[in-house]
Every structure is written in structure tokens, then in C-alpha cells.
Design a protein around this ligand. Structure first.
Ligand SMILES: [Zn+2]
Length: 489
């Protein structure tokens, strides 16, 4: 050892269905270039019985674990400095697992690969041909007389003496079957993709300043002023600058949601037949904003009202605009909100968007009065007793209408009324025209009193002044033509 210049440690592992093991060889290169290799130590194990899930590549991996532990023990116990430590296995599948890294594989393989690579890095693991693997003697077994003259066992493979390990890398490609065996142990992983597109900044701005639209537009206008390096006229922002900032966001949202329609409009001047915007006759204005064509071109309304800017229902900008307008209109109801917004924007599906905005407003929710539900009293007996129609009748007069007695010069007008008769029992309604407010006119037009029946009618008076009577008084009368009696209570 004192005459050697370099000392190497080579280990071999192998496994069969019955046994597995590892052996270590110490390889020394002398000062004059002569090489020698001798068996240093070996370890063997029998394969556990009854575990049906253990495959041969897994046993090969277990043999590699045995080899790595043997190397660790030798290096710990032996004071010799090894210039290089290399490990060999004839299993390409086990080597693929070792070179693949522990995190890729399922638990069984991952734990063993992690232990192996902790002791000896994966780059130091190589493939060796099955016939040149001395550990094959351990896995197959050999009689003593076979072992005595076995040069492979005592000195390692023949090429080890001439091997220039600095230049040669021993690898072996996987065939299809081995590739499947390798992938069988691969851990299934969930892949999360983060899609980042170029206009992420605009979306971030919209989300960051929600729901303060004014602040968003002012900050954007400042940024635009800075980016364009415009000559500063005043420190205050001009309305046109705010408008330009708004157009940046409108254009961005329209490109996000209506890209196909915009492309089609640029190419052919009209949207596709299947487009949901077709009924709105959209077009691109000179500032490349998508607007509603509509049918109001001949009206005298403002340009923005005749051709509002199209916005989708589901966008942060739409929510910002609705929220801003809801506060501008002093927390108006959804219908008023939509009407106000439509002076400039046309939100597709705007009704539900406006309703959602009002519903989510905290101030509106706090101010919303709770409805009182009073307990109702007993239903009057007049409405429960089975009687002929209009036996118990409610009466009211509608507001007067002017009646002209003739269409010639000197015609005079008088007030006529519509009498409303409601049957208390059946809820039937009868309308009658009454010439004046007199009792006789009322009796003449009453359907019950004028009927040729012998029933008795009771009237519940709702407007006392209609009949010119006192509240407590009652009127009894007799219809001479029909002999029916009536009572006004
Ligand atoms: Zn509100």
C-alpha cells in the first residue's frame, strides 16, 4: 500500500429471487502503473418470503442499498483514503431509479433511493454486464470448490485492472419493458399551471383599486402622463387625461371578452352570425372602442347614449362602474342604476349585474327597512256566509269624468261616475256608469236593485259622502217594480 499512488473502492450488487448481496473490491494502481484488485468484503441476504409485491428490480434496488451501507461502513472503519468510490449494478431499472432522484418515485423506491444517494451520489453508480458482475456469485450461490478458483469473485471483472475510470462511463439504455418498469414506480403528481399574459398589470390595477374607480383613473392618468413624457401644463389632471385612462381599461376588457368580434369587425365589418352581440349591431369607433350600433341613429340623443360602449357583465371594470354610479346616484335602485349607466355603457346582461351591485351594497343593506307583518283580525261574517252573488256588496265611485249632453253649440257638461260593485262573498266585480251622485241615480244603476229578483240586498258603504247620508244613518227603500228591498248600512 505504501508503494501505491492511487487507491479505488469498487462495489458490486446483485439480486435474484432467492438471495441478494454486495461485494467490495479495493483496486490499487502502483507507482510504475501496475494495477491490482482484490476482494475486500462482501455481504449477503436472503430474500424475504411471502411478499408478492416485491419485483426483481425492487430486489436489485435493495441489493444496491446493501452495497451502499457496506461502502459507508468500510469508509468509516478503514483509515485508507480512497481516491474514488464507484458502485456497479447489472439492473438498468434500479440504476434508472437511482439516477432519477428520490422525489419522483413512490414511497418504497423513494426511501431506498434517498438512502443510496445520501451515501454515494448517483453519478458514482454505473452499469455492469451481468456476466462481469462478481455479486452474481452471491445471488446465484456457489459451492466452495467452485469458489476457490473463481477469479471473478476474488479479483473482480477482468477489465477492472485496465479500466481508466476517469474517461469511461458505463451506462446502459433502457428497452421498452424496462422503461415501463421504471415508470410504474413514478409518483403521480398534480401539475399546477400559472398563466401569465402580457396585460396582467392592468388586471392587477383593476383589482388593487377596487372599488374606487376615481382613484384608479387618476393614478392611471398620472402614469400615462409620465409614460408619454408629455409637457406638463398643470399639475392638475385634465378631463381628457381621465378619459384616456378610462379608455385603456375599456379597451383591455373588450379585448379580453370580445376578441373574436373585434377581429371579425376589423376584417369584414360585421360580427359573426352566431355572436351574442349581433342584435346590438356593434361597430368599432375611431378610438377602437366597441360600441352599440343600435337603432337610434336618427335621434337627437348624445353620441354616447345613442352608441353606448359595450361591456361584459363579468368583469372588474363593469363592477367598478356600477359601484361608482350606484354611489353617484345616491344608492338608487337597480332600475335607476341601469338607466344611469346606459347613458354611456351598455352592459350585456346588465339587469342582473345592477341587481347584484345593489344587493351587495352595505349602505343599502343597512338602510333597508324590515317589513312589518301585522296579525290580521277575523274575517267578517259577510264574507264567509254563502249567499247569492252581490248579496253583500262593497261600493265605491271612481273619480268623475266630464259628460257632454250634446255636440252642438251651447252644450253643457256634467260629471259622471264609474260605480264599482264588489261582491263580498265571491269577489266578483261589476262596473256601472252613474250619471250623478244622487241616491236615485245610484239605485237606478245598481245591478242588484235593478234586477228583477226577490232578494234582499245589503250595501256596505265605503264613501259616505257619495250618498249624502250621515255615517250612522241607514236608508231603507222599496223597489216598486221588483218588490225587492235594499238597505244601505
Ligand atoms: Zn347602496
Amino acid at each position: 500500500m505504501r508503494q501505491t499512488s492511487r487507491v479505488y473502492l469498487h462495489g458490486y450488487s446483485d439480486a435474484s429471487e432467492r438471495a441478494m448481496g454486495a461485494c467490495l473490491y479495493i483496486r490499487a494502481i502502483g507507482g510504475c502503473g501496475n494495477t491490482s484488485s482484490h476482494l475486500l468484503c462482501a455481504k449477503s441476504k436472503t430474500v424475504p418470503i411471502g411478499n408478492g409485491r416485491t419485483t426483481l428490480p425492487r430486489l436489485e434496488l435493495c441489493a444496491a442499498v446493501t452495497l451502499s451501507r457496506l461502502i459507508a461502513n468500510v469508509m468509516k472503519a478503514n483509515p485508507i483514503y480512497f481516491h474514488e468510490v464507484r458502485a456497479f449494478s447489472d439492473s438498468t431499472v434500479a440504476l434508472a431509479w437511482i439516477h432519477g432522484g428520490a422525489s419522483r418515485w413512490k414511497t418504497f423506491v423513494a426511501n431506498r433511493v434517498a438512502e443510496i444517494t445520501t451515501i454515494l451520489p448517483a453519478i458514482n453508480w454505473h452499469h455492469v454486464d451481468r456476466h462481469s458482475n462478481p455479486a452474481d456469485v452471491i445471488s446465484r450461490g456457489a459451492l466452495p470448490e467452485q469458489l476457490i478458483n473463481n477469479s471473478l469473485w476474488w479479483h473482480g471483472p477482468g477489465w477492472i485492472k485496465s479500466l481508466n475510470t476517469d474517461e469511461v462511463t458505463l451506462t446502459c439504455a433502457l428497452d421498452a419493458t424496462q422503461q415501463r418498469q421504471v415508470e410504474r414506480e413514478q409518483r403521480s403528481t398534480a401539475v399546477a399551471c400559472l398563466v401569465v399574459y402580457e396585460n396582467q398589470f392592468i388586471d392587477d390595477m383593476l383589482a388593487r383599486y377596487y372599488p374606487n374607480l376615481q382613484l384608479l383613473l387618476r393614478i392611471t392618468a398620472r402614469m400615462l402622463r409620465f409614460s408619454h413624457r408629455e409637457q406638463r401644463v398643470s399639475n392638475r389632471l385634465m378631463p381628457q387625461e381621465i378619459e384616456n385612462a378610462m379608455e385603456v381599461y375599456i379597451r383591455h376588457v373588450q379585448n379580453q371578452h370580445y376578441q373574436q368580434e373585434i377581429n371579425r369587425l376589423e376584417r369584414k365589418g360585421e360580427v359573426n352570425r352566431s355572436s351574442s352581440l349581433r342584435q346590438l349591431k356593434p361597430y368599432l369607433d375611431e378610438r377602437h372602442l366597441l360600441r352599440v350600433g343600435g337603432r337610434l341613429q336618427l335621434s337627437e340623443l348624445s353620441y354616447n347614449t345613442k352608441h353606448p360602449i359595450l361591456l361584459p357583465r363579468h368583469s372588474i371594470l363593469t363592477a367598478l362602474i356600477l359601484h361608482h354610479e350606484h354611489h353617484e346616484q345616491l344608492h338608487c335602485d337597480p332600475q335607476s342604476l341601469l338607466s344611469a349607466v346606459r347613458r354611456r355603457f351598455w352592459i350585456v346582461g346588465g339587469t342582473s349585474a345592477a341587481r347584484k351591485t345593489c344587493r351587495s351594497c352595505v349602505e343599502c343593506m343597512r338602510a333597508r327597512p324590515t317589513q312589518l307583518h301585522q296579525l290580521m283580525g277575523q274575517i267578517p261574517v259577510d264574507r264567509l256566509a254563502p249567499n247569492p252573488p252581490f248579496s253583500i256588496t262593497g261600493i265605491n265611485y271612481a273619480k268623475p269624468v266630464n259628460i257632454i249632453n250634446r255636440r252642438t253649440r251651447g252644450a253643457t257638461s256634467s260629471k259622471g261616475y264609474k260605480a264599482l260593485f264588489v261582491c263580498f262573498c265571491t269577489r266578483a266585480v261589476h262596473l256601472e256608469a252613474v250619471s250623478d251622485l244622487s241616491t236615485s241615480a245610484f239605485i237606478a244603476h245598481s245591478p242588484v236593485l235593478a234586477a228583477d229578483t226577490d232578494c234582499r240586498a245589503e250595501f256596505t258603504r265605503t264613501t259616505l259622502s257619495t250618498f249624502g247620508e250621515q255615517p250612522e244613518s241607514s236608508v231603507n227603500y222599496t223597489n216598486t217594480s221588483t218588490k225587492s228591498n235594499g238597505t244601505i248600512k
